[in-house]
Design a protein around this ligand. Structure first.
Ligand code: UDP
Ligand code: MG
Length: 318
């Protein structure tokens, strides 16, 4: 059994060596225990501007288990994961962050769950104590709202997961450009299992997910996975329409009774109300139209400039 490990890296020069050391020690112990037969560690350099790529060159030069993919620029966390998983040559693949917040030591447990029959094993954090107040509240709200809108998400699961070969092959058939992996995998079917862990502090460096990226990631997740906001537009529009009919009848009746008083409020308030609602949902519509636009262009999800240590025919481009 060969295991692939996929690690997206964006300006992670401070952690590269440590994550390699931790993983290599762990993998060698798994090989000794015959839990795995062989392994490969695939680093994806997502257009880093620091010393990440040269560190990868150095490590890959000394150890053939280490492979690297280098993008032509910064395409983002999800495209980096996608590229790594497309290149994974193992019977199982695990993806994890470069900063050691996801402790690699639970991979053994994940492998056992996979051997017990699960095709997807989700790493789920047991709490959010390591996060700041703001991230904790917004992240929890995000999972709750997504669930309410009917998106199948695993609560408190990020991108630390193990995939069997059948799940990896299925993943390659998803052609979408807008990618929200933690929504894609639960939508695939397959038997799944969960392994919980305690999320650590970032080993070194700073987060590569500033607020702006977090917000666009959340919008991405919603608009890629549910039409609920569009349906909400219809429901609200319908309620408004019904209310307008009642109000219209009432106005007509009042007029027929001769009691009509020329009113400013009754004219101006609906204008505000309907204007606001219309603008809001034109916004929602544009979000989806924009998405269609991006999908129709069918741009590559990532562009590779260089690969290191891969076999000749390993990995395909989407
Ligand atoms: N990452 C990436 N491209 C990006 C942003 C992040 O490949 O544009 C990687 C990053 O190097 C790390 C992982 O995605 O391995 C998660 O990022 P980070 O740890 O900064 O996010 P946080 O844990 O703070 O949410
Ligand atoms: Mg992190």
């Amino acid at each position: 059994m060969k295991l692939s490990i996929v690690i997206p890296c964006f300006n992670e020069e401070l952690v590269i060596d440590e994550v390699y050391r931790r993983l290599m020690t762990l993998m060698n112990s798994y090989v000794e225990k015959a839990l795995i037969g062989d392994y490969e560690i695939i680093y994806v350099d997502d257009g880093s501007t620091d010393g990440t790529l040269s560190a990868l060159r150095r490590i890959a030069g000394a150890d053939k288990h280490v492979k690297a993919i280098s993008f032509s620029g910064n395409f983002g966390h999800q495209p980096a994961l996608t590229a790594g998983l497309y290149h994974a040559g193992g019977d199982m693949a695990v993806s994890l962050d470069a900063d050691l917040q996801d402790p690699p030591e639970i991979i053994g447990e994940m492998i056992k769950r996979c051997e017990d029959g699960a095709d997807i094993v989700y790493g789920v954090r047991d709490d959010r104590q390591e996060d700041g107040f703001f991230k904790r509240v917004t992240a929890t709200a995000f999972y709750k709202i997504m669930t309410l809108m009917g998106v199948n998400l695993i609560f408190n699961h990020a991108d630390y997961r193990l995939l069997s070969r059948p799940a990896l092959d299925a993943f390659q058939r998803y052609g979408e450009v807008n990618r929200f992996l933690r929504g894609m995998f639960p939508s695939m079917g397959f038997k799944h299992a969960v392994v919980t862990y305690k999320r650590e502090k970032r080993f070194a460096g700073t987060t590569k997910y500033p607020l702006k990226k977090m917000v666009s990631f959340a919008v991405e997740g919603i608009t890629s996975f549910t039409n609920f906001p569009l349906r909400l537009a219809f429901v609200l529009g319908f309620v408004n329409f019904a209310a307008a009919v009642v109000l219209g009848l009432w106005a007509l009746a009042t007029k027929l009774e001769g009691g009509a008083v020329p009113g400013w409020a009754s004219i101006v308030l609906p204008i505000y109300l309907f204007g606001g609602i219309q603008l809001m949902f034109i916004g929602v519509l544009s979000e989806y139209v924009g998405k269609i636009y991006m999908e129709v262009k069918h741009r590559p999800v990532f562009i590779i400039r260089e690969t290191i240590n891969f076999d000749k025919d390993q990995g395909k481009s989407p």
